[in-house]
Design a protein. Sequence first.
Length: 148
Amino acid sequence: MVKNKTSQEQKNSSKDKKKSKKEEFVKLKQKKKISSQKRRRENSAIGRKKNDLKQYRKKTSKKVFKKPIKKEFKGSVISDKMKKTLVVEVSTVKIHPVYNKRYKTDKKYLVHDPQEKYKVGDFVLFRTSKPISKRKKWIVVYDNKSDN
C-alpha cells in the first residue's frame, strides 16, 4: 500500500510539475505578446509620431510665430472691368528640365485695387494678402514715388 501511495504521489507531483511548466509557459507567452505589441506600437508610424511630438514639445516650450512669406510679382493689367479688381498677367521664362530649352509661361492673377488707379496696359506690382474672395488673394502695392 505504501508503494501505491508513493506512486500516486509521484504521478500527482509529475502532473503538478507539468501544470506549473504549462502555466509558466503561458505566462511567458503573454509577456512576449505584450512586449511585441509595445514594440510594434513604438515602431509604427503613429507611435513614432507621438514620441517625436512629445520630444518636440519638451524642446520647444515657447511658442514661436513665423512671419508669413509675402510674395511679390510684377505684371501687366489685362482687364479692369470688375469693381476694385484687376486681372494681371505675369509672364515668366522657365527652362525645360530635360531639353534645357527656354519657354515662356503666362499666369493670370486677380488683384485687389482699392483705389482703382490702374487701367489696361499698366504695369503693376502686387503681393500676397489675406484672401479677399475665392480667387482674389493679392493686393496692389502702391509706390508713392512713381505715382506723382
